[in-house]
Design a protein around this ligand. Sequence first.
Ligand code: GDP
Length: 298
Amino acid sequence: KKLVSGLSKTRNNIVESVDNIFSSFSSIDEEFYEELEETLIVSDLGVDTTLKIIENLKEKVKENKVKDPQDVKQLLMEEIKNLLKIEETEYAFENKKSVILVIGVNGVGKTTTIGKLAHQFKQDKKKVILAAADTFRAAAIDQLIEWANRANVEIIAQQANSDPGAVVYDAVAAAKSRKADILICDTAGRLHNKKNLMEELRKINKIIEREYGEVHKETLLVLDSTTGQNALQQAKQFKEIANITGIVLTKLDGTAKGGIAIAIQSELQVPVKYIGVGEGVEDLQKFDAESFVEALFA
Ligand code: GDP
């Protein structure tokens, strides 16, 4: 229920316009497909993804000898679900000693997401440590400390402009001595200087490998869904510099652009693992493609 309510803006946008097409057409012709295509693009599914969906849909309609436009809806939903099927969607960090690097540009909801994750893991009786390795802004460090207090987890932080590698080094030492289950590292997201960012992530990864030994590593990219197609572009840029293992799509509660989740996952072939549906500590959900599509279209 929470999922549907968190997505209500996107849902209202999509359901109404899609249902409109299905009920206003009496036969499945080229014009029908054109309208559907336009609607999906306007709903932020992206051009490439939409074209793929329409192409597959046409085949399915032929194959199944569908005549009534109303019957296309079910096929459309199945097509999108198929498109969202990707192999690596497991949440391995829940069961293994893990380090989660969190990346993303300022303002997307990176700090909030880390706070929410820390809270969830803590609720699951995990020992969590945070590392404030985005040392560029003092305010960001303070904010993360606040979230750590709220979630009641330990945080390793240094002053602004200190070396992110040094913070991670300290955090790994703390994680080892306290036998932490999950170490979550906030890291910089300065996309305008890709080379520096890449170098910084490389250093952090090296320190983790050298100091922490056998540990599961995850890199979560946080994206702001309200920016629609920009989020997709950002994801593509980050994919060039980091080995992203999952995406967190924030602020879905405040936007009608939730369709971007479908575009991002199908175009990048990286699983959306969580969605943010509010500012509160509980407002983070695991992303499930099936129920997401149901919530938006059914
Ligand atoms: P950061 O700069 O990337 O660390 O971004 P913050 O975590 O500080 O978040 C920026 C703003 O977005 C804050 O006002 C958050 O409360 C808000 N925010 C983050 N996630 C969500 C979400 O899922 N839904 C809503 N409505 N707001 C969010």
